[in-house]
Design a protein. Structure first.
Length: 338
């Protein structure tokens, strides 16, 4: 395939003719990358197996990793679920559209390939106007994982999608940077108690205010084991560089680690949160904002950037322990765990 075209689209008021163009590509079985408020998604019509198959081929994604089904409203959500419990109703009313994915019993009309053979389905109602306009136009759900090659960093800009998937997909809608920058919170409502499978922008405490106690599992499983959540895959959020953590504010440790990489002729990128200083030449320093939401929005872009600059090692200063940082901590820990 030739290079994939990138088409700029207005992120607030998407041009109807561009939405129609993207919908036509999707109806013909093509793959379209589009902006959402979390990261860019790679969409295919969710109810058509042959179309969904192409997502796995384009990404090189193992078929045991289920996909999130994107819907425009509650009615569309109900059409892909066998059961719509009261908890889903309460949560959807308050937090949809938004960066929250619910795991629910799957309706039989959803092909098995979407759910990797599971009897449950992941459903999300995105808030981004481009994603919503596309779903409206199609009047049908879209299966959409993040628009990157399997095991690489999620894309928060059209250029990241292009870097990973150009020539493998049919169209990229460029709606500018994604505002949240980390993937949705995934909440499983099919077990004995509601459980967060992947932390995201929607916090445990927000969910607990609505439905009472919510458990969290963050354990990572090996890549060859079938998993409840593909987000639990160790390599899921890893850059190619070797990533390690620096204790917060520890100038001595930072200096030592940087020296060690430079001695081994490596190229080092550093993500800082506090006013630590680096004077060595050739070290790429990126200072990230101290607010969790702003840090999250910048994180993947900075990692892409350092990867593109050829960094062999990335040192990340540890982020705070509090809840607001849960999603960022989770993604950083996964990047380190490879
Ligand atoms: P991504 O590939 O980045 O879009 O991530 C897909 C996410 O979908 C994973 O992190 C999973 O948590 C979630 N997911 C999709 N389907 C299921 C399912 N049936 N059960 C549990 N998690 C799911
Ligand atoms: Mg992904």
């Amino acid at each position: 395939m030739q290079q994939t075209p990138i088409v700029k689209i207005n992120p607030e008021h998407p041009e109807p003719e561009l939405i129609r163009l993207a919908a036509t590509v999707l109806r013909k079985g093509g793959l379209v990358a589009f902006p959402t408020e979390t990261v860019y998604g790679l969409g295919a019509l969710a109810l058509e197996e042959d179309k969904v198959q192409k997502i796995f081929s384009a990404k090189g994604r193992p078929t045991q990793n289920p996909l999130i089904v994107h819907v425009v409203d509650e009615a569309m959500a109900k059409s892909v679920c066998a059961i719509w419990p009261k908890t889903a109703q309460v949560i959807a009313e308050k937090l949809w559209p938004g960066p929250l994915t619910l795991i629910l019993p799957k309706h039989k009309r959803v092909p098995m390939i979407v759910t990797a053979g599971l009897s449950t389905v992941a459903v999300r109602c995105p808030a981004h106007p481009v994603a919503r306009a596309l779903l409206h136009e199609l009047n049908s759900p879209l299966a959409a994982p993040s628009a990157n090659l399997y095991s690489e960093i999620s894309p928060t800009r059209a250029a990241h999608v292009h870097k990973g998937l150009s020539g493998r997909i049919d169209l990229i809608l460029d709606g500018g940077p994604a505002s949240y920058g980390v993937e949705s919170t995934v909440l499983d409502l099919t077990g004995p108690k509601p459980t967060i499978l992947r932390p995201g922008t929607i916090l445990q405490s927000q969910l607990e205010k609505l439905i009472g106690h919510v458990a969290v599992i963050c354990e990572q499983v090996p890549d060859d084991v079938a998993r409840a959540s593909p987000g639990q895959s160790r390599k899921h959020y890893a850059p190619k560089a070797l990533v390690s953590l620096i204790p917060h504010g520890d100038q001595g440790c930072l200096n030592d680690r940087v020296q060690r990489v430079l001695k081994s002729k490596g190229r080092v990128g550093v993500l800082l949160l506090s006013p630590l200083q680096l004077t060595q030449e050739g070290v790429m320093v990126r200072r990230l904002p101290p607010l969790a939401s702003e840090y999250a929005a910048a994180l993947y872009h900075v990692l892409h950037d350092l990867e593109d600059a050829g960094c062999s090692h990335i040192l990340i200063e540890q982020v705070p322990e509090d809840e607001a940082w849960a999603a960022v901590r989770d993604r950083i820990e996964r990047a380190v765990a490879q």
